[in-house]
Write a protein that binds this ligand. Structure first.
Ligand code: PEP
Length: 254
């Protein structure tokens, strides 16, 4: 049975102490709520990773991840953080392909493929984000956009490496805007993604791939979204900064 995952993306928010307090609060609130095949992943800024990783040891099924890595192993890249360094903190996941990094930092599909490779080399699981802009949705080309993001970002992987990753469908027009894809719109794309995975890697791999929805997900809309057959949880931005909201989203699977 594929994993049900609720991942938080704190983005560039929270000072060190604030982040540790929020994590502790969330971890305590979700501790009796996490069902057997569920995982909670908190993707914090780099500054929190090591401390949160130490705290996750006390919590079954709760993990920490980063929001970016550099594509090279080490070297003269002032200000950057490598996959190996992130892994050394105890973090086990990394968000890659987020639309904010694609748009504001010019991260191309080719660069993202390199980041995916280096993450896997150092045992970090990529949460790989794909999704169309408003214009691409309105012009009806969104299936092509998503297919290309998959082909260039992750379909070069071997079957065994692909089986380790998590996908997240995040329509760009829904991120941080309060506009959510309807459950039907999201399900349509998730089913399309799973079909593409099946065509490339076969049905066993497709059945086991967790595909998360992200984009203004909150405790109100999560139940309808998560009840869709191909939606396996959420990547949560704004609502992950509020312990009650995040916990209520986690509880949707109970
Ligand atoms: C995100 O940044 O991945 C995200 C889904 O943000 P929000 O939930 O705030 O739309």
């Amino acid at each position: 049975m594929r994993k049900k995952i609720v991942a938080g993306n704190w983005k560039m928010n929270l000072g060190y102490q604030e982040g540790i307090s929020l994590f502790s609060e969330v971890a305590n609130m979700v501790k009796d709520e996490v069902i057997g095949n569920q995982q909670i992943i908190v993707c914090s800024p780099f500054i929190h990773l090591h401390s949160i990783a130490s705290l996750t040891n006390e919590h079954k099924n709760v993990f920490v991840g980063a929001q970016n890595i550099h594509q090279e192993d080490a070297g003269a890249y002032t200000g950057e953080v490598s996959a190996k360094q992130v892994r050394s903190t105890g973090a086990a996941y990394v968000i890659l392909g987020h639309s904010e990094r694609r748009a504001y930092f010019g991260e191309s599909d080719e660069l993202l493929a390199k980041k995916v490779n280096i993450a896997l080399t150092h045992n970090l699981v990529p949460i790989f984000c794909i999704g169309e802009t408003k214009e691409e949705r309105e012009s009806g080309e969104f299936f092509d956009v998503i297919k290309k993001q998959l082909e260039k970002g992750v379909f070069h992987l071997s079957e065994s490496d692909f089986s380790k990753i998590i996908l997240a469908y995040e329509p760009v027009w829904a991120i941080g805007t309060g506009l959510t894809a309807s459950p039907e719109q999201a399900q349509e794309v998730h089913a399309f993604i799973r079909k593409e995975v099946e065509a490339k890697y076969g049905s066993a791999v497709a059945d086991e791939t967790s595909i998360l929805y992200g984009g203004s997900c909150n405790p109100k809309n999560a139940p309808d979204l998560f009840s869709q057959p191909d939606i396996d949880g959420g990547l949560i931005g704004g609502a992950s900064l509020k312990s009650r909201d995040f916990t209520d989203i986690v509880k949707v699977f109970n």
